[in-house]
Design a protein around this ligand. Structure first.
Ligand SMILES: NC(=O)c1ccc[n+]([C@@H]2O[C@H](COP(=O)([O-])OP(=O)(O)OC[C@H]3O[C@@H](n4cnc5c(N)ncnc54)[C@H](OP(=O)(O)O)[C@@H]3O)[C@@H](O)[C@H]2O)c1
Length: 254
């Protein structure tokens, strides 16, 4: 059994808890949260604590806390030479205090506490400061049924950037689209088959090839009509910029 301690009770910490708890290959030694009330509902299933100096021995300590708190929290750990990893896409491995062995266990997925997720479908990006801990990271990923990918801090930073485009920015586009449909009293749900097909196409076609719409067709009449309808200056700028980029993809340097 792989012994783990989870630190953090946010989106990722909670999903990790559920994934480890439902899997006989893991023993969750403890779940730490600085606000114990956030995890008190789980106290029948796991030992909970808000005391860093009372953390028990584990094969792996997972710091599922805000990016900017990882370093501080790692310095506050009272033990040394144990395996401590974070779950961030954008922070390098060396953000973890050197008194412990460091690693990264970055699940490349979007997590919200309210939304259930099949953890086994998540690709895990792993990195460690030594070979033995890499074996632990692989074993943890395998035990969860996940695929794993050895990705260093430099590559992970780029991957996280790409993830921001496909997930965060795309989701913001949905937010703008919903504002537009809400204002015209149209049910946003009518767009969902289009959203699904846009995503499905990515499994079959290169995104460049899959591009459709007025921008790629150079349909200036429609583009100008859309620009007239948009009220917000920022949304007009966004529309113009993306239209420009779709048309000039070859010339723009990433
Ligand atoms: N959400 C995602 O989709 C996602 C996906 C992949 C990776 N990640 C990464 O996973 C990590 C956690 O993200 P999240 O979405 O779970 O964040 P979150 O929901 O905001 O939760 C963060 C947790 O960290 C705790 N925390 C913050 N500062 C702390 C400190 N100094 N000491 C102790 N605990 C502290 C918070 O406690 P309080 O509630 O008391 O503030 C909270 O329990 C981040 O590194 C993030 O980049 C997130």
């Amino acid at each position: 059994m792989i012994k783990v301690v989870i630190l953090g009770s946010g989106n990722v910490g909670t999903h990790l808890f559920k994934a480890f708890k439902n899997n006989s290959k893991f023993e969750i030694k403890q779940w730490y949260s600085r606000n114990l009330k956030d995890i008190s509902q789980y106290s029948d299933f796991v030992k909970i604590t808000d005391q860093l100096d009372q953390l028990e021995f584990a094969d792996m300590y997972v710091l599922a806390v805000n990016d900017d708190s990882i370093h501080d929290l790692s310095t506050q750990l009272s033990f040394t030479n144990r395996f401590v990893c974070h779950t961030s896409g954008s922070k390098p491995i060396d953000v973890i205090d050197l008194k412990n062995r460091s690693g990264v266990f970055y699940p490349l997925q979007t997590f919200s506490k309210e939304s259930e997720i099949d953890f086994s479908k998540i690709p895990i990006c792993i990195e460690s400061s030594n070979d033995e801990d890499m074996i632990t990271l692989k074993n943890v990923s395998k035990a969860l049924g996940c695929s794993y990918h050895e990705i260093d801090s430099n590559q992970r930073e780029k991957l996280h950037l790409a993830a921001v485009f496909v997930n965060n920015f795309t989701n913001h586009m949905y937010t703008i689209a919903k504002e537009i449909t809400d204002k015209s009293k149209i049910d946003f749900n009518i767009l969902k088959p289009l959203i699904s097909e846009t995503v499905n196409k990515i499994y079959k076609l290169d995104p460049k090839v899959a591009q459709t719409g007025p921008a790629i067709r150079g349909d200036n009449k429609t583009i100008n009509k859309h620009l007239l309808v948009l009220k917000s200056k920022k949304h007009k700028e966004l529309y113009e910029l993306i239209t420009y980029l779709i048309n000039n993809l070859e010339h723009e340097e990433l």
